[in-house]
Design a protein around this ligand. Sequence first.
Ligand SMILES: CC(C)(COP(=O)(O)OP(=O)(O)OC[C@H]1O[C@@H](n2cnc3c(N)ncnc32)[C@H](O)[C@@H]1OP(=O)(O)O)[C@@H](O)C(=O)NCCC(=O)NCCS
Length: 237
Amino acid sequence: MTESTAFLKATLHMLAPWMRAPGEASVPVAAMVPIRTLAPNHRSRILAHLLALDEHDRYLRFGYTATDEQVERYVTGLNFERDEVFGIFNRSLELVAMAHLAYSTHAATASCAEFGVSVLKSARGRGYGGRLFERAAMHARNEGVNMLFIHALSENSAMLRIARKAGATVQRDGSESEAHLQLAAPNLDSRLAQILHEQYAEADYKLKKQARHFWDLLGLMQDVRTGVRDARQRSAQ
Ligand SMILES: CC(C)(COP(=O)(O)OP(=O)(O)OC[C@H]1O[C@@H](n2cnc3c(N)ncnc32)[C@H](O)[C@@H]1OP(=O)(O)O)[C@@H](O)C(=O)NCCC(=O)NCCS
């Protein structure tokens, strides 16, 4: 662990007891997942992530079996200025999970937002879906949203479990279900928690990027060494 990651983890550990609302369960620091806020320059990674979802997952995510073209249109249409997009990267900087927090564009429902999420099959069951939901709910709360909606198919047990676990009310209407979570008003603690999460995710991303550059460089040096050795062997023959 580098100094900066250790510092952030230690800070979060220190602040954890008073970052919780009264009666709120504690989240162990070890379980923290670095979740980054994505920007327009991440569009190609978002597209690659969504295109990697199979037909059934696309059906669960979008409510219909989105074709590649429909997925492309969705990614092109993402409005990063109005909405928030969150992502979790693995060590190779592949986007393994992402969530879209879409703010309502209607005046009558101005303080509402909708949550959509996807996690690559290879990264499921590690709590990423749940963490993205918590992160989006914290962000929405700090933006003054008081109701967070999740549309899910009734067969989507994992998504409905995430929503119920967070305290959302789930209403089933045949093959479709709608969950809504009432959010508390923002306060200093919720804002501070968000800043710390963002800093932690930024530090993590930078470290992964540096590590990738290091391994790329090492690979390049090994190629050069192999080339030099082969040339030497050829000239000795
Ligand atoms: C729904 C989805 C995001 C869950 O991602 P994930 O990272 O695996 O979720 P988590 O690891 O946080 O698990 C969530 C909970 O659901 C439970 N769960 C997972 N799969 C389940 C299943 N098939 N049936 C019942 N519960 C399940 C987990 O045990 C966990 O509960 P726990 O915390 O009490 O153990 C993922 O399956 C996915 O991308 N599906 C396709 C797209 C989609 O359905 N999006 C949601 C609609 S917007």
